[in-house]
Design a protein around this ligand. Structure first.
Ligand code: FES
Length: 122
């Protein structure tokens, strides 16, 4: 099973590495790891709040479908390594993932108890 290493965020000072089965989404992995990834639409490819940067292992993820590409186009700071966490399905290769600032901010919006930490977003 591949490992997924999440870079530090406002909520997780250190990188967190988790093992997930192939077929899980990056959003599934973030929830399991306690990493703050936004999911305003509930993982239905209807927002861009789960926007992440896959800095290692990008090619091992499921292919990007047209609807993900369309939604990702509405995100901030889109890069070659951008994916939507709810649509990117883990394969067999280890991954390194950064949660976008937009996604961390969305997580705070969805969890007001963290509102006073918004200036710590990495
Ligand atoms: S959670 Fe909305 S597109 Fe991923």
């Amino acid at each position: 099973m591949p490992t997924i290493k999440f870079a530090p965020t406002f909520l997780t000072e250190e990188a967190i590495t988790i093992t997930m089965p192939s077929g899980a989404s990056l959003l599934d992995a973030a929830v399991e790891a306690g990493v703050p990834m936004g999911d305003a639409c509930g993982g239905n490819c209807g927002c861009s709040t789960c926007h992440v940067f896959v800095v290692a292992g990008l090619d091992s993820l499921s292919d990007m479908e047209d609807d993900e590409d369309d939604i990702l186009g509405k995100a901030d700071d889109v890069r070659m390594e951008s994916r939507l966490g709810c649509q990117a399905i883990v394969g067999d290769i280890d991954l390194v993932v950064e949660i976008s600032r937009e996604s961390q901010q969305s997580f705070i919006n969805e969890h007001p108890e963290y509102r006073d930490r918004a200036d710590e977003i990495k």
